[in-house]
Design a protein around this ligand. Structure first.
Ligand SMILES: Nc1ncnc2c1ncn2[C@@H]1O[C@H](COP(=O)(O)OP(=O)(O)O)[C@@H](O)[C@H]1O
Ligand SMILES: [Mg+2]
Length: 234
């Protein structure tokens, strides 16, 4: 059984159908990459999984449990975290306070905190500083840290490398590699180089439809498909 199954999902925003018949099987473990051009429907797919948009018709199942109709908070409690594109952190609060607010009962597990400081040393350095004072990359790290401060089974991450310097992107890839050893990551990206270094399985969404799904290895070898679906030059 897949960890996450999307079945024939149609998501409407207002009067427009944004997703059409989206079906995807995300296996447990590692990084699953969802690629696609701007406006293809990547964010809408993640929001539909989290119950922020309600697909109709269609369904989302997590470990066989139907999520359709559940509230977002209940979906999160089942072990799914969402790192949105705008990162969802509180600029006026310190790094520590941002993490406290991401816990269910306001306390950290010491081991979880030690792991976060090891993955993202800047968060320890800036522990008592307000989040607005962090660099773009450090804010993104804080946003990912909020998602893993408590045990999760699946993390949905929306374009984490957008606007970041190459050295920060490399550090992010290292952190994602380690996180994905025990937590499945569904990664939405437009940065193909970053995505291909992490993903085992992948899909491309185009104009609200799944245009391709398969192994990253096969997609990397298929320059025509990359050109057609991502407008990347070979
Ligand atoms: N809140 C919204 N209101 C109206 N249209 C939206 C909204 N969010 C997304 N869309 C439209 O849905 C399509 C897919 O958007 P999105 O899922 O954000 O794409 P991506 O994340 O792949 O760039 C786009 O055409 C976008 O304009
Ligand atoms: Mg998006």
């Amino acid at each position: 059984m897949s960890l996450l199954s999307l079945t024939s999902m149609q998501t409407n925003i207002g009067q427009y159908a944004v997703l059409h018949d989206v079906s995807l099987e995300v296996p447990e473990g590692g990084v699953f990459v969802l690629l696609g051009r701007n406006g293809a429907g990547k964010t809408t797919t993640l929001r539909s999984i989290m119950g922020l948009w309600k697909p109709s018709p269609g369904s989302v199942a997590f470990r066989g449990t139907d999520l359709t109709g559940l509230h977002t908070a209940d979906i999160a409690r089942l072990g799914i975290a969402f790192v949105p594109e705008d990162m969802g952190i509180f600029g006026g609060l310190t790094v520590e306070e941002n993490l406290v607010l991401a816990t269910a009962n306001g306390t950290f597990d010491r081991d979880a905190l030690a792991r976060i400081w090891r993955l993202f040393p800047a968060l320890e350095t800036f522990w008592t500083k307000p989040a607005w004072a962090l660099s773009g990359g450090q804010k993104q790290m804080l946003s990912v840290a909020r998602a893993i401060i408590e045990p999760r089974e699946l993390i949905l991450i929306d374009e984490p490398t957008k606007g970041l310097a190459p050295s920060i992107i490399d550090a992010m890839a290292e952190a994602f590699r380690e996180i994905s050893a025990n937590t499945t990551i569904l990664l939405v990206e437009q940065n193909f180089e970053f995505a291909r270094s992490l993903g085992r399985q992948m899909a491309v969404i185009d104009d609200g439809r799944i245009a391709h799904a398969g192994s990253m290895e096969d997609f990397v070898a298929n320059k025509d498909l990359q050109e057609n679906l991502l407008s990347l030059s070979a």
